[in-house]
Design a binder for this molecule. Sequence first.
Ligand SMILES: NC(=O)c1ccc[n+]([C@@H]2O[C@H](COP(=O)([O-])OP(=O)(O)OC[C@H]3O[C@@H](n4cnc5c(N)ncnc54)[C@H](O)[C@@H]3O)[C@@H](O)[C@H]2O)c1
Ligand SMILES: [Zn+2]
Ligand SMILES: [Zn+2]
Length: 397
Amino acid sequence: MKALTYHGPHRVRVETVPDPILEQPDDIILRVTATAICGSDLHLYRGKIPGTDHGDIFGHEFMGEVVEAGSEVTNVKIGDRVVVPFVIACGDCFFCHLHQYAACENTNSGRGAILNKKNITPPAALFGYSKLYGGVPGGQAEYVRVPKANVGPFKVPLALPDEKVLFLSDILPTAWQAVQNAGLDKGSSVAIFGAGPVGLLSAACARLVGAEEIFMIDHNAYRLEFARQRYGVTPINFDEIDDPAGWIIDHTQGHRGVDAVIDAVGFEAKGSLTETVMSNLKLEGSSGKALRQCIAAVRRGGVVSVPGVYAGFIHGFLFGDAFDKGLTFKMGQTHVQAYLPRLLSLIEQGLLTPEEIVTHHMPLEEAARGYEIFEKRKEDCRKVILVPGMASTTPAT
Ligand SMILES: NC(=O)c1ccc[n+]([C@@H]2O[C@H](COP(=O)([O-])OP(=O)(O)OC[C@H]3O[C@@H](n4cnc5c(N)ncnc54)[C@H](O)[C@@H]3O)[C@@H](O)[C@H]2O)c1
Ligand SMILES: [Zn+2]
Ligand SMILES: [Zn+2]
């Protein structure tokens, strides 16, 4: 089959690899009908995640048709159309019983990314996300093996096209969890850092729960403009406004700041040259730029919700400021399985239309170009969907 494989930083290509086979009695094989490129894939693409080997197949946002099922699979059958959560969970451990699927104790043969690990179990395995997260081949491919098929794969109605439901695999539940963690409600104010797919869908979810004022911070003017038009955000371009948090404080009642902030940027945040250099030299784990802005922009007693991925340590983490303001922090990988029935229902009612953020549909065969466009923010790219077997979108030369 054809699959997108990694060959060093910024070098990915679609090549022919062996077809996946059933390995466990509760596995299925899926024929992929649509798969997306995520901001999390960009961390892999840039070579920032240890344990990523040449030949690894990326992709953790995918859906398709069940074409083979192991003898113990009861939840789905051959021919079913399913979306697959990026988190692989057993459904039956301490954390799965708490619906904290991303902490599942039984699926990851790797160690996770934690530094001071002691003896705790690693977090759940993730599709296509390095040996740290189980070394499970991803779904930017024609076929993919899906372990724990009685727990993850989620049937979706035929009436809904792929692009409407594909994001149930990751970014829609991620945005939803970010908004739930932020404690947003009718009349809330929020600042969302990052206008990528996660930030944009966070704005959509924030509107749905009744947030009144949404500030959005980025430096991709075209993403900010989309968010302004579609979600009514107040855009702040950090190329023009050097200190977005200061600006937010000046534009909120009583100079208090917003009720909550959402960091949809993560550890590769732009803006601190020193931290970028130090992270590249591995003297710093993450860029703390977005997180410092978050801590500064939120009001006393407010919430900092962090869907953006962080790794290792940050020297410039102002824990004292967070203490002084009495802040709550909530973060982590998304417990995707916990939110799917609710989110599908919101899509069916037309209350969430996540497909609106898509700008590019491309054949899987052109995935390398998809990565380049998404990473370099070319062609006003917001989100790329790859479709195996789709006709080429580039004119023949
Ligand atoms: N928690 C989870 O389970 C989960 C799931 C999906 C994605 N993520 C993470 O969420 C983050 C966002 O993903 P995405 O797909 O939207 O990625 P993306 O790379 O498309 O978007 C990130 C945006 O942040 C902007 N940005 C960079 N530095 C900034 C700064 N200092 N201030 C404000 N904006 C800044 C960029 O310009 C970009 O538009 C990534 O870290 C990704 O790994 C986490
Ligand atoms: Zn993702
Ligand atoms: Zn479990």
